[in-house]
Design a protein around this ligand. Structure first.
Ligand SMILES: [Cu+2]
Length: 147
């Protein structure tokens, strides 16, 4: 009985110490590839369950003719991507909150920057990210590798 209590207590202490509340976020800098509808980072790796901070920069020059906004939307479930992209494109490029999205940023205009913070999934795997601004998702995409 006493041994069992001790074991339970040890497990509790182990879990309490293992939690990363004071953990530093892993910073990932992602930009647009100049004025192209592409990211300059198409793959990055994070640790499962870790804090992630993405700094997204729209590198399009201010004198670029035409609309060029960008965001980043990371999917929990890639099979939901086509539907979520279609809905976002009908909403000016902004996705609607959806349980099948891990995290998404606001849209940033030319030379703008935004920060997106979230916890990486606990499940290792490849997670698709795209820009859901109108007609960008076909070429503006990449994978977050969780390991
Ligand atoms: Cu874009």
């Amino acid at each position: 009985m006493y041994n069992k209590l001790l074991l339970t207590l040890s497990i509790f202490i182990f879990i309490a110490c293992g939690g990363g509340s004071a953990q530093e976020a892993q910073v990932v800098n992602i930009g647009s590839l100049g004025s192209e509808m592409k990211y300059d980072v198409e793959e990055f790796t994070v640790k499962a369950g870790s804090k992630v901070k993405i700094v997204l920069k729209n590198n399009t020059p201010l004198d670029f003719m035409g609309e060029m906004q960008h965001n980043i939307v990371i999917f929990k479930d890639e099979s939901a991507a086509p539907q979520i992209i279609q809905l976002a494109e009908g909403n000016g490029g902004d996705p609607y909150p959806d349980g099948r999205i891990i995290a998404f940023s606001e849209l940033v205009d030319k030379q703008g920057e935004t920060i997106l913070e979230f916890n990486a999934p606990k499940k290792p795997g490849k997670y698709l990210y795209v820009c859901t601004y109108i007609a960008h998702a076909g070429s503006m995409r990449g994978y977050m590798i969780v390991e």
